[in-house]
Design a protein around this ligand. Structure first.
Ligand code: WQD
Length: 336
């Protein structure tokens, strides 16, 4: 099976390519390197000791992307491409709608034209909106646009809707939607990991910068939430477990009469901000300075999932614990 990984030089895409190669799949990577580095492709090859064709192409550029479809005959596409900074999406909604929706539609139209029938879409727990009750099941109310607190999340919900309508109209078209909770950590080699441009928005990469003295301290956004220690609770999942979830999801394309699949990829465990800080300190034997400050706009108390559907149907579950997430995060940050 030959798989096109769109956005494959990114954080989750790169870890997924490693697992696909380890499982014997043929992979082609397309990425515009807007928020990723060519060095990552070289490191993927080093880790997997297998070469992969890489095309520096923007997935909204239909002419250039069509040349890749013409040259490489794909069986499946995994769509990671897209902007993903929640805060930036609030400030620049048009940039997010144009890029995320346009790139998805461009890929789907080329898939149609070249009879590529299978797609896995990198979605997000954000589609459950701010009123979702944890632990969240896939059948819970999702795509409630009015409750999603940012344009980034709304682009994810809209692309899910596009996939649902397309799979409804075309029984040959098969779509797997994977709703990630909070991906963290890095490959054990320390060669690939989460490497956001500038000051990190997300908790784990911010802690990593403090732990390596690149930032003075962590701002803990609020300790008055309805949680055991007052700080926000999330479902952190090791990026390698998440990558393996994509390999497991390929099963859906084999001999299934169903053609639309939706899965939460999470651990089913809630971890607070202070839990994570303490785990980071303990597992790496270092200090992480922090200050409790006011809440961040749009944040909610708790967000973690019920992963039973993926556990049962994909025969997949998250195996790596919080300590492993913290150790691998620190190991990557130290080396890069
Ligand atoms: C986690 C917790 C913060 C930073 C977002 C997107 C989601 C996905 C993951 C892409 C919260 C607290 C954070 C900091 C803090 N991204 N925090 N200080 O907001 O759960 O999810 O990233 O798919 O779609 O919504 O992740 O890591 O930003 O926050 O106290 O400097 O850490 O308040 O409780 P979030 P996060």
């Amino acid at each position: 099976m030959k798989i096109l990984v769109a956005g494959g030089a990114g954080y989750i895409g790169s870890h997924t390519i490693v697992e696909l190669l380890n499982s014997g799949y043929e992979v082609v990577c397309v990425d515009n390197l807007y928020n990723s580095k060519l060095k990552t492709i070289k490191n993927i090859v080093k880790i997997a000791s297998k070469n992969i064709p890489f095309y520096k192409v923007d997935c909204t550029d239909k002419k250039k992307l069509e040349k890749v479809f013409l040259k490489e005959h794909f069986d499946t596409v995994i769509m990671f491409q897209g902007y993903k900074a929640v805060g930036e999406s609030v400030k620049e909604p048009l940039k997010y709608y144009r890029n995320n929706i346009d790139s998805a539609l461009t890929i789907l139209e080329l898939m149609d034209k070249y009879s590529v029938h299978n797609v896995i879409f990198s979605s997000s727990a954000t589609v459950y909106g701010k009123n979702a009750k944890s632990p969240i099941k896939e059948s819970d109310d999702a795509l409630c646009l009015n409750e999603i607190t940012n344009p980034y999340g709304e682009t994810k919900a809209m692309i899910e809707k596009i996939l649902m309508d397309k799979s409804n109209a075309d029984k040959n078209f098969k779509a797997v939607i994977l709703r990630y909770f909070n991906p963290v950590g890095a490959h054990s080699s320390g060669l690939i990991g989460e490497d956001p441009n500038g000051i990190p928005n997300n908790l784990m990469p911010y802690i990593a910068k403090v732990a390596t003295n690149k930032l003075p301290y962590l701002n803990v956004y609020g300790n008055d939430y309805k949680t055991k220690d007052g700080t926000g609770v999330r479902d952190y999942i090791h990026v390698v477990d998440l990558a393996k979830g994509h390999v497991a999801a390929l099963k859906c394309f084999k001999g299934n009469k169903n053609n639309l699949f939706i899965y939460n990829l999470g651990t089913g465990k809630g971890t607070s901000v202070l839990d994570l800080v303490n785990a980071y300190k303990k597992s790496n034997k270092l200090n992480v300075k922090y200050k409790i400050v006011g809440r961040r706009l749009g944040d909610i108390d708790k967000l973690y999932c019920n992963p039973k559907k993926a556990n049962n149907e994909l025969k997949w579950s998250a195996k790596l614990n919080i300590e492993s997430m913290c150790e691998s995060s620190y190991n990557f940050e130290k080396n890069n």
